[in-house]
Ligand binder design. Sequence first.
Ligand code: NAP
Length: 517
Amino acid sequence: MTTQLLKNFVAGRWQAGTGAGTPLFDAVLGTELVRVDATGLDLAEAFRFAREAGGATLRALTYKQRAAMLAQAVKVLQANRDAYYDIATANSGTVKNDTAVDVDGGIFTLGTYAKLGDGLGDVHHLTDGDAARLGKDPLFQSQHVQVPTRGVALFINAFNFASWGLWEKAAPALLSGVPVIVKPATSTAWLTQRMVKDVVDAGIFPAGALSIICGSSAGLLDQLQPFDVVSFTGSADTAAVIRSHPAVVQRSVRVNIEADSVNSALLLPSTSAEDTQAALDLLVKEVAREMTVKSGQKCTAIRRVFVPEALYDAAAAAISARLAKTTVGNPRNEAVRMGALVSRTQLAAVREGLAQLKAHTDVLHDGAQATFIDADPAVACCIAPTLLGTRNPDGTSIVHDVEVFGPVATLMPYRDVPHALALIRRGQGSLVASLYGTDPAALSAAALELADSHGRVHVISPDVAALHTGHGNVMPQSLHGGPGRAGGGEELGGLKALNFYHRRSAIQASTAVLGNL
Ligand code: NAP
């Protein structure tokens, strides 16, 4: 039986590709679900329509009016939530709790920007700081303003967050008055397409404001013009292709890159046995959770775990004990706690990365011994969590370099805090590091030490054990991104996310003129 070919929404019309399509599969059953195809689309028309029709109508609205549209979109998405869960269960192989991170996390982020945008009021531009005198006479001053860029925001997204990855970018873009064209990763494009379809069919946004292209990325970057922006999430290799594209190099197209990251968790030393145990318990719980949520397919997941030398064996035993309780298999079975990877391609990539790391580490908890619930290992994209370890973190560079995008982490001992910080920095810049300890002064000192090489430092002490939002959870209030190999991008962080979609200009004029801005 031929499965449904999902349509693209460009130039204000639902359009099917003219090719046979690329099939998307059930991550556990291996059955074909739908197909996607972008062959034959008139990309020039798609970008022109978004830029001209979508951009002009969006910019004519105020921030408050656009925020109201985001709020309406939240309602539409909430009403269709069950369908999104069904799609994610099949196509991404995620259990309900993991689907929530993607689906509900995306809707929550959209809702957060609806509220933030409402507070900006009925204005068409934003003033940026105070006016500054340009000379002795205060009559002539300079005022910076932020105005929406007159281009398109092209999003090229990764497979692991089909919902959140769309809305965390679309919310600030649409609130800014910038039309969006999203190209989801092919393997999990169905959920993104369905969410866009529901919002488009509800007629919330003006024509051209929200477009989706499913399938090949061929030709997309060639359409970019100087005032367009690109937000990319994916591998460092594809990021390099985008950075070197003529649109970026010659037309100064603004680019935001979120790439791979070898994130860390650091247990700081404590003075008393009681404090040591309390902090170790927090670390163990978070590491096991981070390794298994979405089967470790989170760009923010903990990949490296650093503990004082004396605690290496205790940490290894405690993390392994937790991982041993993680049931793996078909997410439709209530007994399963961790579902599958998204595809056999990813399964092969994780196995390959694991083999690379295993050649330089000890296996502390072996996922290869696990059996799956309701899942055929020959078909399902399931893999159980594996904890690796090395007592020689200085001599093993691969553990600081290779990101295995699955349920895999490496435990390492350190001598003293400067040694731990130096080891963490060998990740060359990461999205997030988490710190565990009981001494507020030591925690804040380490957080500041790591701030230059991490977009976020998540500090877990016993007083916030029940409150903190999780090492890997990206909250819209906080910056998401990281320097160096993490891509150098910056997303979210409340209203600061709007900067990417605006152009900043200094208006130099008399105070009478500036008073009208
Ligand atoms: P990928 O191969 O780079 O794909 C990412 C996106 O780029 C997909 O939509 C892909 O389309 C598209 N693409 C592929 N080749 C392209 C090209 N030549 N020009 C333009 N677009 C192109 O990455 P992946 O392996 O799917 O994603 C996993 C990686 O993403 C991991 O390394 C992870 O660390 C990273 N990630 C980072 C974050 C973050 O926020 N920093 C979040 C999630 C994931 P197709 O699917 O059609 O090939």
